[in-house]
Design a protein around this ligand. Structure first.
Ligand code: GRF
Length: 224
């Protein structure tokens, strides 16, 4: 009898910008922490740093530039076609700044995760750091969650918290949160590729145990 050999998870990463999260995922794959292979990187913005990072790592790239489509549905259709062409097992939204069509989200339900720079459900949408500071919050953070058609509302998997200091600007806070993103995003992808995360009826399970809707809280001192 042969043991069943599980092929590596085919990971597709969607970006719009600098791709520092993408880099953290590339590094975790290269270090063999993630048992998966990044089969492609799609950017909706041409000539981004993220695309350079992908090319340097010899990962195939595609650009679907939303500005070249006069109708929203044409962009959606081209994006879906491009995504499908990679036959991904897992789609990772790493700073992808376009809202995906319902059809695309539905066809990859439970196979698509996103990172958001706030402790969801607080501060969905943009300008999260400025809004948290203005509201007088004492801490902020990031959330990795499954994607549903409701923006930034899908079930959480893992969150990381950071303190907000009284003198913090949004840029200071973004930097501190981003450092945590680079830890928790590859960690979740590692879990997914190891088959430790499942989604059942909108509830996330890790190692068969249900996870609170906002996600688990990452701690440096815990072996996750
Ligand atoms: C991150 O803060 C991510 O949470 C947000 O956009 C930023 C992307 O950064 N959605 P990068 O492109 O990964 O450097």
């Amino acid at each position: 009898m042969f043991n069943e050999i599980k092929p590596p998870t085919k990971i597709l990463v969607l970006i719009s910008g600098s791709g520092s999260n993408l880099q953290s995922i590339i590094d975790a794959c290269n270090a063999d922490k993630i048992k998966g292979v990044i089969v492609g990187v799609i950017s909706n913005v041409p000539a981004t740093k993220g695309l350079e990072r992908a090319k340097k790592a010899r990962i195939p790239t595609s650009v679907v530039n939303h500005q070249t489509f006069s109708e929203r549905y044409e962009f959606d259709r081209q994006l879906a076609k491009t995504v499908d062409s990679y036959y991904p097992d897992l789609i990772v939204l790493a700073g992808f700044m376009r809202i995906l069509s319902k059809e695309l989200v539905t066809s990859y339900a439970d196979k698509m995760i996103n990172i958001h720079p706030s402790l969801l459900p607080a501060y969905p949408g943009v300008n999260t750091h400025q809004r948290a500071i203005e509201a007088g919050e004492t801490y902020a953070g990031a959330t990795v969650h499954f994607v549903t058609s409701e923006l930034d509302r899908g079930p959480g998997i893992l969150q990381a918290k950071v303190d907000i200091h009284p003198e913090d600007t949004a840029t200071d806070l973004a930097e501190r949160v981003l450092a945590k993103e680079h830890i928790i995003f590859p960690k979740v992808i590692e879990w997914v590729c190891d088959g430790r995360i499942t989604l059942d009826n909108g509830v996330v399970f890790k190692d068969g145990v249900s996870v609170p809707h906002a996600g688990l809280i990452f701690s440096e001192n815990t072996e996750h």
